[in-house]
Design a protein around this ligand. Structure first.
Ligand SMILES: CC(C)(COP(=O)(O)OP(=O)(O)OC[C@H]1O[C@@H](n2cnc3c(N)ncnc32)[C@H](O)[C@@H]1OP(=O)(O)O)[C@@H](O)C(=O)NCCC(=O)NCCS
Length: 150
């Protein structure tokens, strides 16, 4: 599967499929349609999508702020039917490259402290824990803040 799945920059026409993927992948604290539409227009945002043929099966969102040397990984998601095949790791690597290309010195992210799959992926990819934010998520769970130097 992985070899036939390409990763490219998102386009305005991907909006519906991006929102649908977000809804399939997250129970709460989702990125809204409005946020995706804004990110698609924002020159400081990098939106990447994984395409299996015509099907949008993965996404990653990186945001760069002018006042910080760190870029922020806002979201990474893989269609539930295609997990565990390396696509998350590929999206993460491409997101890091996008952050590097924008001049960022590091990539930061927040992740639910109980999201073992995502934590395994980030740990394997070289991210270190730099903090904990109590009750960061709508369901009351804490976030871990992670960072990787680029
Ligand atoms: C996190 C997510 C993007 C990973 O995508 P994926 O395509 O399954 O990831 P990969 O196949 O590249 O796996 C990468 C690593 O993650 C870990 N991993 C993957 N599936 C796992 C599982 N079921 N249990 C534990 N660890 C797992 C492994 O360390 C794996 O490396 P390995 O295959 O060398 O052992 C995907 O599970 C997802 O979309 N989850 C819902 C959204 C989410 O939580 N996003 C992160 C929010 S911060």
């Amino acid at each position: 599967m992985s070899a036939q799945t390409i990763i490219r920059k998102a386009e305005p026409g991907d909006l519906d499929a991006l929102v649908a993927l977000e809804n399939r992948c997250f129970d709460g604290d989702r990125m809204s349609r409005r946020s995706y539409a804004a990110a698609l227009r924002n020159p400081r945002a990098s939106l990447l999508v994984a395409m299996a043929g015509m099907r949008l099966v993965g996404s990653a969102v990186v945001l760069r702020r002018s006042d910080s040397p760190a870029a922020r990984l806002y979201s990474v998601a893989v269609d539930p039917t295609l997990r565990g095949r390396g696509l998350g790791a590929r999206l993460l690597a491409e997101a890091e490259q996008a952050a590097r290309n924008s001049g960022a010195a590091s990539l930061r992210l927040e992740v639910k402290d109980r999201n073992r799959t995502a934590l395994a992926l980030y740990g394997k990819s070289g991210y270190g824990i730099i903090g904990r934010i109590a009750q960061y998520y709508a369901d009351g769970s804490d976030a871990l803040r992670l960072e990787k130097p680029l």
